[in-house]
Every structure is written in structure tokens, then in C-alpha cells.
Write a protein that binds this ligand. Structure first.
Ligand code: FES
Length: 189
């Protein structure tokens, strides 16, 4: 599947619907999503392929790409909102809601599948009580799929808060999660 094609604005173009004045106003917005989108758009627009770095910047700043950010980005790049939304929803990396306190990514690519990743996925869904792309009801863990962590020789693999773990069994995964929760508790105390 190839990514959706969002035609970038020509370099120097202010965007038919969103000129510099609209962007200046958005930068002063009291809405964090609008402000972050305007700041990122100001930095990147006019450069080829500006949409992805803008989306990365917004997510880095806010932890997600809220719906309110989309119109500002679309206007700045002279794209439709649907085009921007299409790119956001195409890439699993981008999220439209803030993640939980921990992010658990379970590899679902071929090598891990062959070594029991599906069983691991069933176990983690049951343990956390939520499906992929969702967060546990207490906001502790967001569960995401990932497609290869570069640990194919030590499948199945997961990543918790950016740290990879190899040869993961359901028991090992429980221990990894327990440890992370414990550390979070200790850090709070
Ligand atoms: S397929 Fe899972 S780490 Fe490569």
C-alpha cells in the first residue's frame, strides 16, 4: 500500500486559502493545537514534502495530532483537510489522541508472526483489556502494532517506551509491563 498523495504547495506559495496573515493569527491562537500547527507550518511550508515534518513537529509537541490542528495545516499547505487527514491516518506512527503513560508496540511482521506474535498479541489484548490503537481505561498503556523492530533473529519482539525486548513470551511480557508500572509508581512516590 502506498501512502496517500498530498500534493505539496509550490515553493513560495502562501496557499490560496491560507495566506501569511491567517498563519500569523493562528500562531497567536489560544488553542494549543492551532498554535502548534501554525508554528510548524511556518517553519516548514515552502519546502518540498513539508507535510510530514509538520505532522512530526505537532506530534512531538502535543503528543498527538488533534483534529483542531488539521485545518491550519491544510490551509498553510493549500491542501484539503481530507488530504491531511488521509496522511495522518495512513501512518501508524501518527496518533490523533494522546498516548497513555506507557506505549507498548508489539511487532506483527512476518518473522515475529512465525514465532508466536499472534499468541502474544492475544495475550496482551486480554491482559490490558484493550485492542491495538487504543489505551487502557486507566490511561496507563497504549497498545500499538509495529512492523519490524529489526530484531527478526530474536522474534517475537516488542518495544516498550522506546526500549526493544526480544524473544518475548507472554510471561516475559507480563514481567516487562509489571516492571514499568513499578518504576512509574516509585518515581511518583
Ligand atoms: S519481524 Fe518482528 S522484529 Fe522483524
Amino acid at each position: 500500500m502506498s501512502p496517500p498523495q498530498a500534493t505539496p504547495n509550490p515553493p513560495g506559495s502562501a496557499g490560496a486559502r491560507g495566506g501569511e496573515s491567517a498563519l500569523s493569527a493562528a500562531r497567536l491562537s489560544s488553542m494549543p493545537a492551532v498554535k502548534a500547527a501554525a508554528q510548524a507550518a511556518t517553519q516548514w511550508r515552502g519546502q518540498p514534502g513539508a507535510l510530514l515534518p509538520i505532522l512530526h513537529d505537532v506530534q512531538d509537541q502535543l503528543g498527538c495530532i488533534p483534529a483542531e490542528a488539521i485545518p491550519t495545516i491544510a490551509e498553510a499547505l493549500n491542501l484539503s483537510r481530507a488530504e491531511v487527514h488521509g496522511v495522518v491516518s495512513f501512518y501508524p506512527h501518527f496518533r490523533t489522541e494522546p498516548a497513555g503513560r506507557h506505549v507498548l508496540e508489539v511487532c506483527r511482521a512476518e518473522s515475529c508472526q512465525a514465532m508466536g506474535a499472534e499468541h502474544l498479541a492475544d495475550h496482551v489484548r486480554q491482559t490490558l483489556g484493550c485492542d491495538f490503537h487504543h489505551t487502557t481505561s486507566d490511561g496507563a498503556v497504549t497498545l500499538e502494532p509495529v512492523y519490524c523492530l529489526g530484531l527478526c533473529g530474536q522474534s517475537p519482539a516488542v518495544m516498550l517506551d522506546g526500549k526493544p525486548h526480544a524473544r518475548v513470551t507472554p510471561d516475559k511480557l507480563d514481567r516487562i509491563l509489571d516492571r514499568a508500572m513499578q518504576h512509574a509508581q516509585e518515581a511518583k512516590a
